[in-house]
Structure formats: structure tokens, C-alpha cells
Unconditional design. Structure first.
Lengths: 78, 169
């Protein structure tokens, strides 16, 4: 379990490209700078895609963990 | 981040499979803080209709896997060898293949074309309909969703001249 506190949580399990990215963006848009979003996804492609998305948008994936096929990302809004 | 990147796409195909790339790329570009324009021309134009009726035609695409979206994992993995004489001549074959593909997409958590199109519009992606194709194929603006711009090659190229990514789909 991660100790990172998140203010918003979204569940993208079972969704495929590009939905996890689109939903992450939507959630981030509604948050304040510095807040952390917790996003869960089962799409294996989301690992590379989240990194690329963060790279371009300037938001930061502070932690990524994987357990039983579920990827959990903690994303800090820039 | 430096200046806003721009994506320009020409959507020229209206089958269910080819309808996906323009909407996936444009919505994702918007989610990555890019500007995106999709220019719909020729067979891509019906993708702007209020009711999208995109289908797949397996006999035109030998690379398309013919798999079932139900049954045991082994059954689902089996690629059915359907001869062209059947896929091209049997009435209703395209409709059946279309239903199977839609069911597979749904099961795999892939958004529908309608959902992706809506998400594009929500995030500010611009849609431009080719005026010439509308005249040629006899489409009217009333058949299309709201928020569509109308223009021609010059309208697209004016934007594409400054685009960082230009794609023809």
C-alpha cells in the first residue's frame, strides 16, 4: 500500500486506450495545482501512455505500482 | 511547456475500423494540451452524421481477424477462415461482422465512436466538413452534429501549414 495521500480517485479498470488518458485529463482539469490524483487501470498500455502524457502536459507521475494486473498511478497536478 | 503543439488530421474513411484512429488521436491530443483539427472528406464525412452507421467489410480486408467475442478463451482466440466467396456474397455478412466487432470492442473496454467523438468536441477539437464532398454526395448540414465547421482544402491547409503533426487517415 502506498502512503501517498490523494484528493481525487478515478477507476479506469477494464477501460482501454485512450479512455484512461482522457479520464485522467478530465479529472486533473477539475483539480488544484499540487493535488494528487489516484488512477487505477488494467490496460497494460497505460504504463507507457501515462508517462508520455505526463511528459507533455507537465503533470507528474509521483508513483506507479502494479498488483495483480492493476496499475495504480499517483499523479500530481502541476 | 513551450508553445501549444498542433495536430491536423484528414479523415477520409468511413468504415468502423478506420473511424477510430482520427477520433482516438484527436481526443488524446486534446488531453495532451495540443490543438487538434480533423478535416472530414469523402467517405470520412458520414462520421459527422448525428447517427453514425459505420460498418466493416471483411472481404475488403484480408488482414482482419475473424474472431468470436464469446465462448471459451480457445474459441475466442480462433481465427475463422472465411472464404471471400462467403464474406463477399452472403447477405448480411457485413452486418454480422460489424456486430461482432462492436461486441469485441465493448468487451475490451474500448469506447464507441460516438463517445470518442463527443469527448473530442468537449475538449475543443475542431471538426471541419469538406464542403465539396457534401455537394457531391448530397449531404446537408441538418444531418450533421452541431459544432461542425464547413470549408475546403484551403481551410484545412491554412491550419495544417502551422501544424506540428499532419496525418492522412
Amino acid at each position: 500500500m502506498s502512503a501517498i495521500a490523494s484528493s481525487v480517485e478515478i477507476d479506469c479498470k477494464g477501460l482501454n486506450c485512450p479512455l484512461p488518458i482522457l479520464k485522467t485529463k478530465k479529472a486533473i482539469d477539475g483539480m488544484q495545482s499540487g493535488e494528487v490524483l489516484k488512477m487505477m487501470a488494467t490496460d497494460p498500455g497505460s504504463v507507457s501512455d501515462m508517462a508520455s502524457w505526463a511528459n507533455r502536459t507537465g503533470n507528474e507521475v509521483v508513483e506507479h505500482e502494479e498488483a495483480a494486473g492493476t496499475h495504480t498511478f499517483y499523479i500530481k497536478k502541476k | 511547456m513551450a508553445e501549444t503543439k498542433k495536430l491536423a488530421i484528414i479523415a477520409s474513411q468511413g468504415t468502423l475500423d478506420w473511424a477510430y484512429p482520427p477520433f482516438i488521436l484527436a481526443s488524446t491530443a486534446a488531453a495532451m494540451d495540443m490543438e487538434a483539427v480533423v478535416f472530414f472528406t469523402f467517405y470520412g464525412l458520414p462520421l459527422l452524421k448525428k447517427e453514425i452507421d459505420a460498418k466493416v467489410a471483411p472481404h475488403t480486408n484480408p488482414a482482419m481477424p475473424m474472431k468470436m467475442p464469446f465462448g471459451s478463451p480457445g474459441f475466442q482466440a480462433f481465427n475463422w477462415p472465411v472464404p471471400n466467396i462467403i464474406s463477399g456474397n452472403m447477405p448480411g455478412f457485413d452486418n454480422m461482422a460489424t456486430s461482432l466487432m462492436k461486441e469485441t470492442f465493448k468487451k475490451k473496454g474500448v469506447a464507441t465512436i460516438e463517445q470518442l467523438r463527443e469527448m473530442c468536441q468537449e475538449s475543443g477539437v475542431r471538426f471541419i466538413a469538406c464542403q465539396m464532398t457534401m455537394e457531391v454526395f448530397g449531404f446537408s448540414k441538418e444531418e450533421f452534429i452541431d459544432g461542425v465547421e464547413y470549408g475546403g482544402a484551403a481551410t484545412f491547409l491554412e491550419y495544417a501549414a502551422d501544424a506540428d503533426i499532419s496525418l492522412f487517415v
